[in-house]
Design a protein around this ligand. Structure first.
Ligand code: SAH
Ligand code: SF4
Ligand code: F3S
Length: 453
């Protein structure tokens, strides 16, 4: 078979960051699909390569430059065969270091920030004349300029709020994503409808500060996150709602109550605390104390005693003493987390904390991180092990590891493998948990016969 002059163009889009970064990568893939680019997982056959980068810690940001180094070779090889390759650096590194990227990496054709990626097709066209950088925060709403969502799978992310006004002393997000902006309830509802029509049964509402959501409601008044979730519960076919990432200072009473009175809201809360020391929290500009956090968790557990709690921690913030780190260990022991992310502090250019001269030595940070992670791992394992013997509702997402098996998640976001036909994908099934592995649970379908026996 021979191809014509213009064989199918292909695009490779890769996400390096948070859920929102993954969501944006998906929307860029949709945008390129609308321009005639088929998605590919094989970077060597791509005519357009998009790296959606993350700037949150130094390691994340450094990945871009090593990746572009590899792509430069690939681009040269393709050029020898007469094939053009456009290399696009998008995301938060693009926003933070736009011009520097062009100067340091000649192979890059387009640099585009998180608020202007709806312009990708124009920027690609322009890149044939000159290399382009677009890191504007345009006034127009990028969401209204993007093509309709294409869905893949049973679960989906939906951005409802973007940006951050909180300026924690260590964090680049307020600079890379800009000020807090919420989408309207109507816009979110229509994207949710498209997702559900495409087979999505569980939607995770995402935002850098998702619970600071304050979008325009259908009645013209401002809606809270709890009100938005209420407005989504009657979507036919939608089975579950989740949200992340929340900030302790925006944990409103109606959001806590939603964990008890909105049946679609899952018993899972990711609520970053960063440190268990009030002195360190103040230095971080978090604007809450360790006791504030404990009180919020107590209120949530009053409403939903079985809630799975998750958090983020930073060890070795400048000036953190041994005693202050022990306060973090104590908070973790007292509250018990089902899962968590923990990081060594990484100084980020442009943030206030990066100016500090009282850095914690690397060896001390490593030791603290390893102690914290040992404790968090033990808690996670205990949480998983405690499910053995219980019957849980699993939303089946995909075929399992072995033939005849399917896999899906519990309300607590734990992955379960069990035997059932693939026709169960997209449905809720009652499953008895029989065994707990290191990353998955193993279960057995509860049939009516088994339940009666
Ligand atoms: N908006 C969310 C999460 C932001 S980034 C929130 O406010 O919690 C995700 C996590 O990365 C943060 O919760 C924090 O734990 C970590 N993080 C952010 N900046 C960091 C830095 N400079 N060094 C180490 N970890 C960092
Ligand atoms: Fe960063 Fe703090 Fe904003 Fe979270 S709340 S995105 S940690 S500045
Ligand atoms: Fe990274 Fe930007 Fe997300 S810095 S964590 S990709 S908001």
């Amino acid at each position: 078979m021979t191809y014509g002059q213009d064989p199918l163009k292909k695009a490779f889009v890769k996400s390096y960051g948070c859920q929102m970064n993954a969501y944006d990568a998906g929307r860029m893939a949709d945008l390129l699909a609308a321009e005639g680019y088929a998605a590919t997982d094989a970077v060597e056959e791509a005519d357009v390569v998009v790296l959606n980068t993350c700037h949150i810690r130094e390691k994340a940001a450094d990945k871009v430059f090593s990746e572009v180094g590899r792509l430069r070779v690939l681009k040269a090889e393709r050029a020898e065969r007469g094939q053009d390759t456009r290399i696009v650096v998008a995301g938060c590194v693009a926003q933070a270091e736009g011009r520097e990227i062009l100067a340091r990496t000649p192979a890059v054709d387009v640099v585009v920030g998180p608020q202007s990626y709806h312009r990708l097709p124009e920027l690609l066209a322009e890149s044939h004349r000159r290399r382009v950088v677009d890191t504007e925060f345009p006034i127009e709403d990028k969401f209204s300029r993007l093509p309709a969502r294409r869905t893949r799978g049973v679960t989906g992310f939906l951005t409802i709020q973007e940006g951050c006004d909180k300026f924690c002393a260590f964090c680049v997000v307020p600079y890379t994503r800009g000020a807090e902006v919420s989408r309207s309830v109507a816009a979110i509802r229509s994207e949710a409808e498209a997702l559900v029509a495409g087979g999505v049964r569980e939607i995770t509402l995402i935002g850098q500060n998702v619970n600071a959501y304050h979008g325009e409601g259908t009645n013209g008044a401002t809606a809270t996150l709890a009100e938005l979730m209420r407005a989504l519960t009657d979507l036919p076919g939608l089975l579950r709602l989740r949200y992340m990432t929340s900030h302790p200072n925006d944990m409103g009473g109606d959001l806590i109550a939603a964990h008890g009175d909105n049946p679609l809201v899952m018993p899972y809360l990711h609520l970053p605390v960063q440190s268990g020391s009030t002195r360190v929290l103040q230095a971080m500009n978090r604007k809450h104390t360790a006791d504030d956090y404990r009180r919020i968790i107590a209120r949530v557990r009053d409403v939903r005693p079985d809630i799975a709690l998750s958090s983020d921690f930073i060890v070795g913030f400048p000036g953190e003493t041994d005693a202050e780190f022990e306060e973090t260990m104590r908070l973790v022991s007292d509250l018990t987390f089902a899962s968590a992310f923990s990081f060594k502090y990484s100084p980020r250019p442009g943030t206030p904390a990066a100016e500090r001269t009282d850095a914690v030595p690397e060896s001390v940070m490593s030791e603290r991180l390893s102690r914290l992670q040992t404790l968090l791992d033990a808690q996670r394992h205990a949480f998983n092990a405690a499910t053995v013997g219980s019957i849980v509702e699993v939303l089946v997402e995909k075929a399992g590891r072995h033939p005849g098996q399917v896999a899906g998640k519990t309300p607590h976001l734990l992955m379960v493998q069990f035997e059932a036909p693939v026709s169960t994908i997209g449905t809720l099934q009652r499953v008895r948990i029989v065994r707990c592995g290191s990353n998955s649970l193993f279960g057995a379908l509860e049939t009516d016969a088994a339940a009666a026996a």
